[in-house]
Design a protein around this ligand. Structure first.
Ligand code: SF4
Length: 376
């Protein structure tokens, strides 16, 4: 019987030439993520899904590990087409191995025998047909790390753009100049999960801080709409000092980048820190404000974080978008994306009209969705 590894090895394509380089007779360097692995013949990179065979780099293709329709607020994007539906797909694997991963069943599928995932056969046309049938506005590569499957994301995004849809990544931000240049023509929105501001902690998770900071700077410079999320883990990344450094960095890139602080709950292998409390979120938000950030949000504690789910005008304080969890309760921006009280331009990607929400909670594709078959 074929193993997951066998199945994934059969569903591949050669890498885009800009994302790899032959080093010598036996090794290829991959540039899809900040590890920049030199990969020997017959071996795979740290992510375990890109591998060198016969002197060529092969990369994942032709499957998804799952598809779900999410409110865009769940990704989270709060300054990009509020209320729209995000048709979200993921593949398998990750270049990091965070012990608190909330998507570990897909991200750690090739590392952890407890992470059992069944890939489904897919092609870009079929996925876009599914997105349109659900009324989605945005197609999002998420759930596993999308950088390591960048070629497949671009193939899907090209079809999405042709169909008039927007495209997005929900990513750990461990990028390279090469992969960001490759993605740039095809991507509208990018969420980076900035996991803290301590390189030592990043190394425990299997990465380094510097490539993530470089990615954030580059995305902003490229004009791709960017929001940042930090999962606040008591005792791991929530000291005043670390939060000050993190928010000062973001504010230095641009005070207009929205920063989402989300509450930790015990998950996967991280079961000792306490769950994040509302007062921890308020403290982090206060530090972010002192650092100059203008749009700070608190997530995962619906209705318990006084005001930190709403968007207010930075200039005059007018309430612009009132939220309860992922639900939009009031939408008051002008069609041009300005404050209705003082006319200040609010940073973001706004629709001319708020059409209500198709859903304020996630659901599996329903009416008219093409069915995806389990790979043999
Ligand atoms: S995507 Fe990252 S981890 Fe995977 S092979 Fe390429 S450089 Fe290595």
């Amino acid at each position: 019987m074929a193993t997951l590894r066998d199945i994934l090895n059969q569903n591949v394509r050669p890498a885009n030439p800009t994302l790899c380089e032959t080093l010598d007779r036996n090794r290829i360097r991959c540039y899809a993520c900040g590890h920049c692995c030199p990969i020997h013949e017959g071996q795979s990179g740290v992510c375990k899904v890109r591998f060198n065979q016969g002197g060529a780099l092969y990369v994942p293709w032709g499957y998804v590990a799952g598809v779900q329709c999410d409110p865009i607020e769940k990704k989270p994007f709060f300054h990009a087409h509020p209320g729209s539906l995000a048709y979200s797909f993921g593949m398998l694997g990750c270049d990091l191995h965070c012990s608190y991963c909330q998507n570990w069943v897909t991200s750690q599928a090739l590392r952890d025998p407890n992470a059992v995932s069944q890939p489904l056969e897919a092609d870009p046309d079929l996925l876009i047909k599914g997105a349109l049938a659900q009324g989605a506005k945005v197609v999002v590569s998420t759930y596993n790390e999308p950088l390591i499957t960048a070629e497949w994301a671009v193939a899907v995004f090209q079809k999405a753009r042709q169909a008039g849809l927007l495209t997005a990544f929900v990513s750990n931000g461990n990028g390279t100049p090469q992969v960001l240049e490759y993605l740039h023509p095809h991507i509208d929105l990018y969420k980076v999960d900035l996991k803290g501001f301590d390189d030592h902690h990043y190394r425990q998770l299997g990465g380094r801080l510097q490539p993530i900071l470089d990615t954030i700077r580059s995305l902003h410079k490229m004009g791709i709409w960017l929001e940042i999320v930090t999962l606040l883990i008591p005792g791991f990344n929530d000291s005043d000092d670390e939060l000050r450094k993190l928010t000062e960095f973001l504010s230095g890139v641009s005070p207009e980048i929205p920063w989402h602080v989300t509450a930790f709950h015990q998950d996967y292998k991280m079961t000792s820190p306490a769950d994040t409390r509302p007062e921890d979120m308020q403290r982090a938000a206060a530090i972010g404000r002192q650092s100059g950030l203008r749009y700070i949000y608190a997530g995962n504690l619906r209705g318990r974080v006084a005001g930190l789910e709403n968007t207010s005008c930075y200039e005059c304080g007018e309430l612009l978008i009132q939220r309860f969890g992922y639900s939009i309760e009031q939408y008051r921006l002008t069609p041009q994306g300005n404050c209705p009280a003082c006319a200040a331009a609010i940073p973001g990607r706004w629709s001319r009209k708020f059409d209500g929400q198709i859903a304020a909670s996630p659901f599996l594709p329903r009416k008219g969705a093409p069915s995806l078959n389990i790979l043999p």
